[in-house]
Design a protein around this ligand. Structure first.
Ligand SMILES: Cc1cc2nc3c(=O)[nH]c(=O)nc-3n(C[C@H](O)[C@H](O)[C@H](O)COP(=O)(O)OP(=O)(O)OC[C@H]3O[C@@H](n4cnc5c(N)ncnc54)[C@H](O)[C@@H]3O)c2cc1C
Length: 479
């Protein structure tokens, strides 16, 4: 049995704690915040209960062997897409039904295109699942022989998601829909690898899911499972450093003083922060992956009901590329809040999350990270967040959803708020963006492991949960 300290009670950290304790190790979690869950957070006000982070659960099978007994509800539509020309397309995990919906909304040719694209996406998914998502991957193994030759061909390294969309999809609305999946990893579709076609495949093949009471209940389930396994979760307990003895970890130093001895340390803290702040003696991490984009969030208490909305609705802008230019910064222009972004709304028809006669809207717009560099925005600039809130509400009105006179309140969460609450650098939603090469799960000193969105295989609830499985498998059961 090893004494294992997990730094951070995000989903990756908690899932790692559950797996490692379940195989007989002596595990304790140290979390800097007053609550567990990290980005999977909840905000309650006046009888409303908002998920402030994730709202769509995918790849449910990834959570199966954590014994969480999650009461998952399959969503149909998974997402309602509202295009700028007024066309509406509801995605569904029923393959043939989706084909029919595409044909009805966009025409038979578009449906045939999608079906060809789907066959390709299925090969990309199978290759990614086999060769990347369940395995520890290092730059050397990725670049060399860990791929089956067919798998490498399927994911077409070097081609962008945008290029793949151009090749298969002639309808610009379908291309827009595909482009949006790059943002699920925080990336720009024009630079993100074609391999990300695995994301729509995973979402629609295995479904999009909701948890009654909100996705934040996943945190509660993970915490309860830790308790049942005897794993203490110390809150308000920031870790200031990783102690090393010789070439091995020997424990963690708490910011409040004292060292907790450990044979193994699993860091759920962002990889760059781990190496820069917690283990400064580590060799500098080469820059393997770009940072993910951030998000500007509105939490709206809304009177009445809005039949036009599905559980998830996305309203596309006329010029999607202008959004990517703004959010990531483009040649000659620094990053800025997009003036006409895609707007994603989650409105659960769940009485547990809103008082009768009202709706709880979670509104998410892609945004530049917080900071002062060319590719970020200083979200602490007085008046900026409020002005952007008003802009987003006006855009909603222009796209047919004017809720300004039905608002009970409008709370704002900027990228800076997320950075402060969870330690995510600049408020990056998904850690590292898009590509296949991320910081490895095995750290540079013996006994140090990394889980979470900035490490392999990336961000999003299923991916960080997979990172926990990869790490627990590598550590192995207690002897
Ligand atoms: C607005 C938004 C929308 C999203 N939508 C979706 C979605 O619909 N579907 C989806 O699958 N994913 C979504 N995501 C992404 C998903 O939330 C994340 O990928 C995932 O929750 C990250 O988990 P993690 O394991 O990386 O840990 P994190 O959530 O990053 O947690 C890390 C934890 O470490 C703690 N910590 C940091 N430093 C220290 C320290 N020194 N000592 C102790 N503790 C420390 C932090 O406080 C935090 O609790 C969304 C995220 C956001 C913000």
């Amino acid at each position: 049995m090893s004494r294992i300290v997990v730094i951070g009670a995000g989903v990756g950290g908690l899932a790692a704690a559950v797996r490692l304790a379940g195989t007989g190790h002596d595990v304790a979690v140290y979390e800097s915040s007053t609550v567990a869950g990290g980005k999977l957070a909840v905000y309650e006000r006046d009888g409303f209960r908002f998920d402030t982070g994730p709202s769509l659960l995918t790849l449910p099978q990834v959570f199966d062997d954590l014994d969480l007994d999650l009461p998952m509800q399959r969503l149909d539509p998974v997402v309602r897409h509202m295009f700028p020309d007024g066309t509406l397309l509801d995605s569904t995990s029923d393959d043939s039904e989706f084909g029919k919906r595409i044909a009805a909304a966009l025409g038979d040719d578009a449906a045939a295109d999608w079906s060809r694209f789907w066959r390709r996406a299925s090969r990309i998914w199978a290759a990614s699942w086999r060769s990347v998502l369940q395995r520890p991957v290092r730059p050397a193994t990725l670049a060399a022989l860990s791929w089956r030759v067919g798998d490498l061909a399927a994911i077409t390294p070097g081609r962008s998601l945008r290029a793949l969309g151009r090749r298969y999809l002639h309808d610009r609305r379908l291309r827009m829909m595909l482009d949006r999946y790059a943002t699920y990893t925080g990336a720009d579709p024009r630079r993100a690898p074609a391999a990300l076609a695995a994301i729509p495949y995973a979402e629609l093949e295995f479904g999009g899911w909701y948890l009654p009471g909100g996705l934040g209940t996943l945190t509660s389930s993970l915490v309860a499972r830790c308790r049942a396994l005897g794993v203490p979760i110390e809150l308000s307990a920031p870790v200031a450093g990783i102690a090393v003895s010789g070439s091995r970890v020997s424990g963690v130093r708490l910011a409040t003083g004292g060292v907790v001895p450990a044979d193994v340390v699993v860091s759920n803290v962002d990889a760059l922060t781990t190496y820069r702040d917690l283990l400064p003696s580590a060799p500098r991490l080469s820059r393997l992956a770009d940072r993910s984009l951030a998000g500007f969030v509105l939490l709206l208490g809304v009177r009445g009901s809005t039949p036009a909305l599905a559980h998830h609705t996305v309203l596309f802008p006329r010029n999607y590329d202008a959004e990517f230019d703004a959010v990531f910064g483009s040649a000659g222009r620094r990053a800025r809040p997009a003036s006409d972004p895609a707007i994603f709304i989650t409105r659960a028809a769940d009485p547990a999350v809103h008082p009768p006669g009202t709706e709880a809207w979670f509104v998410l717009v892609n945004a530049p990270r917080h900071g002062t560099s060319w590719t970020s925005v200083d979200w602490s600039r007085p008046g900026l967040a409020e002005a952007y809130r008003d802009r987003v509400l006006a855009l909603l009105a222009a796209r047919g959803l004017d809720v300004r006179d039905r608002l009970l309140f409008a709370e704002i969460r900027t990228p800076r708020d997320l950075a402060e609450a969870t330690g995510a650098p600049g408020g990056a939603i998904y850690g590292t963006a898009g590509g296949l090469l991320r910081p490895a799960n095995r750290g540079p000193v013996e006994g140090l492991w990394l889980v979470g969105g900035s490490a392999h295989p990336g961000g999003g609830l299923p991916m960080v949960t997979l990172s926990a499985k990869i790490v627990a498998d590598q550590i192995g059961p207690a002897r």
